[in-house]
Design a binder for this molecule. Structure first.
Ligand SMILES: NC(=O)c1ccc[n+]([C@@H]2O[C@H](COP(=O)([O-])OP(=O)(O)OC[C@H]3O[C@@H](n4cnc5c(N)ncnc54)[C@H](OP(=O)(O)O)[C@@H]3O)[C@@H](O)[C@H]2O)c1
Length: 338
């Protein structure tokens, strides 16, 4: 096969902060290439293309998202806008027949996620939530330890995603119009990675939400009850924590160290009486910034003609979205645009 046929041409919609991470990771993704970028602001798109384009290859700059969706040379679209716009933009991409990798959370509500999945299914077009943590080498190692029964039956998960961010109504994270709040941005990882470990949705969710002066959620404390285990997490803008994740089983514990959603290191400890005895450590730096693994997985699934990525099943996206729906509903959080 001609090498150029192997190249996977990505188009980026909404080249903001996180889109830069995506573009920085692309050079280490085999065959991945930034081919086009679309912004509401053409200068921003042009700057982005100039900064991240592969040398010797010009990145097409589109002055509207629709123009990028009509670009016949795009193999996949990465959507990196604030959550509020994901549902509409992913729907437009699917309707244009473009495979979609969309930032987390895939949508603001589970109902919107379901609509996208129905559209993807009907049109036979790929759809994936960019929950990059699931693809990191350290989390793949955690999966292997769990599957090998190294800590036995898991009974307790504990995690946090707490980063201090003072109230600022100008910040996207505090803007109800953009579906701001900590849960959809940060708590989503605690729920999604609990699902990654348990492989199921919780039977019961108990939570408590604290609000900012404008009503967005600034802290969530929740307990998710699964068949055989429980996951407790706190996420919020009010404090800083070490933000590791503990996975405790009948035989031992796995510690996902550092910021668990971006981790490069985990430890396996075995119970020995009153002590936790170190058994094994896994440590592997990201090849780039960690986004490369999900991009590779998306490319492979799209090239294989799959509608969903095996590493990021729709059921997992939907399960997490349903938990967030419930926490926000019971916590009295509403968005003006819904
Ligand atoms: N995976 C991760 O680690 C990670 C980390 C942070 C964020 N995220 C996710 O990435 C998404 C974007 O976050 P971000 O921090 O990158 O956002 P951002 O930099 O504030 O915005 C990204 C882009 O979205 C568009 N946009 C921003 N504000 C808008 C508005 N008011 N109306 C319409 N479009 C607007 C703009 O696109 P134009 O250039 O077209 O104007 C902007 O360039 C969120 O869903 C977030 O959850 C993921």
């Amino acid at each position: 096969m001609n090498k150029t046929n192997l190249i996977f041409n990505w188009g980026i919609i909404a080249p903001g902060r996180i889109a830069q991470n995506f573009a920085r990771a692309l050079p280490v993704v085999p065959n991945g290439r930034l081919a086009a970028v679309a912004s509401r602001n053409t200068d921003r798109a042009r700057d982005f293309a100039d900064t991240f384009g592969e040398s010797g290859y010009s990145v097409r700059v589109h002055d509207s998202y629709d123009a990028l969706l009509a670009d016949p040379q795009i193999d996949g679209v990465y959507i990196a806008s604030p959550h509020r716009f994901h549902a509409e933009q992913a729907m437009a991409a699917l309707q244009a027949g473009k495979p979609v990798l969309c930032e987390k959370p895939l949508t603001v509500t589970a109902a919107q996620a379901k609509q996208l999945m129905a559209e993807a299914e009907e049109r036979g077009v790929f759809l994936m939530e960019a929950l990059w943590s699931r693809f990191l080498p350290v989390w793949q190692q955690v999966r292997r330890w769990l599957d090998e029964g190294r800590i036995g039956q898991v009974h307790t998960l504990s995690s946090s995603f707490c980063v201090h961010m003072p109230f600022d109504p100008e910040n996207r994270l505090y803007d109800p119009e953009l579906a701001g709040g900590n849960l959809l941005d940060m708590g989503v990882y605690c729920i999604a990675m609990s699902r990654f470990v348990t492989g199921e949705d919780p039977a019961r969710v108990v939570s408590s939400v604290r609000h900012a002066p404008n009503g967005v959620d600034v802290r969530t404390a929740a307990t998710l009850e699964y068949r055989d285990c429980v996951s407790q997490f706190t996420s919020g803008f009010l404090s800083n924590r070490d933000n590791s994740m503990l996975i405790e089983g009948e035989l031992g514990t796995i510690e996902v160290l550092g910021q668990f959603w971006a981790s490069t290191e985990a430890r396996l400890l075995r119970l020995n009486g009153r002590d936790n005895e170190p058994m094994e450590t896994f440590s592997e730096p990201h090849r780039s910034n960690g986004f490369e693994y999900q991009i590779e997985a998306a490319q492979q699934a799209i090239r294989a003609g799959q509608l969903e990525c095996p590493g990021m099943p729709w059921a997992a996206t939907l399960g997490t979205a349903r938990v967030m729906d419930q926490i926000l509903r019971e916590g009295g959080v509403t968005y003006p645009f819904l």
